[in-house]
Write a protein that binds this ligand. Structure first.
Ligand code: M6R
Length: 369
């Protein structure tokens, strides 16, 4: 049942190329148009949207944090992301022109369900991104986009995360097209890149062995820190969550720019710091800035583990270890950079003798608030 893999988690990591292909299946036309027939919101409803709220928990929340960058960039609609467990208690400003996107693998997470009920009571439109057909969250939403990732058995979410990202990209592109923010050729170029991701992930997974070796070397580290900028920041949070959840190790993710505002004091001789580096071809000064952050932590004794794009030699002087991932446009990069972090956490947990698929104190779906 594990398809020759030692754990469900490894099987599900390996299934990610197919899972992404399944999320995309039937939703794209050759001319780059996004077809979301199951999204039963009219084009006029989508044109009327003036604010997007994404609500979710855990890993699904991290996918929402990535989605914010893409949705705002493509649609120019303000987008906020909020932990579902916090959302309704602060009386958010919602009305008919608010689109609330509830992201949940299981579709049964009580915090997310209560957030969506609150949004509906305030007349907001609710769109679910969900992996489980017929579950409660999509049933109670105005519309649903299923991720079609297949069952996820391991408690730690892997393929659900990547397919949630893909679903968010599709929604962002669709909203942008309907509202005339993105032209077909621009959307077409992004879609072309999305369609290439399954093969790129296969390539990445074929060369993943060094990550496993490195994980075994670091199994006794007292803490592991993760830093990133832009979409690499939620990836850093996700890498830290996986490590806490599976290896029961202290781990934290930071926005790299925040280091000097406090967390850099944590760096001691040999502290492993995983640095998620954006493409050198990406926007603005992002790449240079994180390279200097890597330099800063290294100067204070950190052991730097750098996740960078193939061909990025600028990181080499400051990296104790480099893990290269295939080239991808900045906004889509989490589809690549997350994967070494999943494998890393899985391997450390196994090396520490833990039950990778059933970590202590956790349930696959959290049906209490
Ligand atoms: O089923 P959901 O996507 O609503 O679950 C949300 C979180 O409980 C879930 O992502 C959790 O954080 C995972 N165990 C993380 O790996």
């Amino acid at each position: 049942e594990k398809g020759g893999h030692e754990y469900f988690m490894l099987k599900e990591i390996a299934e990610q190329p197919q899972a992404i292909a399944d999320t995309l299946l039937g939703r794209l036309t050759d001319s780059g148009e996004i077809m979301l027939d199951e999204v039963r919101l009219s084009d006029q409803d989508l044109r009327d949207v003036d604010k997007v709220f994404i609500v979710a928990c855990g890993t699904a929340y991290h996918s929402g944090l990535v989605a914010k960058y893409a949705i705002e960039h493509w649609t120019r609609i303000p987008c906020e992301v909020e932990l579902a467990s916090e959302f309704r208690y602060r009386d958010p400003v919602l009305d008919r022109s608010t689109l609330v996107v509830a992201i949940s693998q299981s579709g049964e997470t009580m915090d997310t369900l209560m957030a969506l009920r609150h949004a509906k009571a305030q007349k907001a439109r609710v769109l679910a991104i969900c992996n489980t057909n017929g579950s409660t969250i999509p049933r109670e939403s105005d519309a649903v986009l299923y991720t079609h990732g297949g069952p996820e058995i391991a408690v730690a979410s892997t393929k659900a995360f990547l397919t949630q990202l893909v679903a968010c990209y599709l929604i962002g592109l669709h909203l942008a097209q309907v509202r005339g923010n993105l032209y077909a050729d621009e959307a077409g170029a992004i879609v072309e890149q999305l369609l290439k991701t399954p093969d790129k992930i296969r390539e990445l997974l074929a060369g993943i062995e060094p990550v496993r070796q490195l994980a075994r070397e670091l199994k006794a580290a007292p803490t592991v820190l993760f830093i990133g900028r832009h979409v690499g920041y939620p990836v850093a949070l996700e890498g830290a969550l996986k490590l806490k959840e599976l290896a029961y190790m202290h781990a934290e993710g930071f926005a790299a720019g925040e280091l000097k505002h406090g967390p850099i004091a944590l760096i001691d001789q040999g502290t492993p710091v995983v640095c998620v580096v954006p493409s050198p071809a990406g926007r603005g000064m992002l790449h240079d800035k994180i390279v200097s952050n890597i330099q800063e932590v290294r100067a204070r004794g950190a052991r730097t583990i750098v996740i960078a794009e193939e061909g990025d030699t600028a990181v080499l002087p400051y990296a104790d270890h480099v893990i290269y991932v295939p080239r991808t446009p900045t906004l889509l990069a989490p589809l690549m950079t997350t994967i070494p972090l999943q494998v890393f956490a899985c391997e450390i947990a196994a090396a520490r003798g833990h039950d990778v698929d059933q970590p202590r104190n956790l349930a696959k779906s959290v049906t209490v608030e």
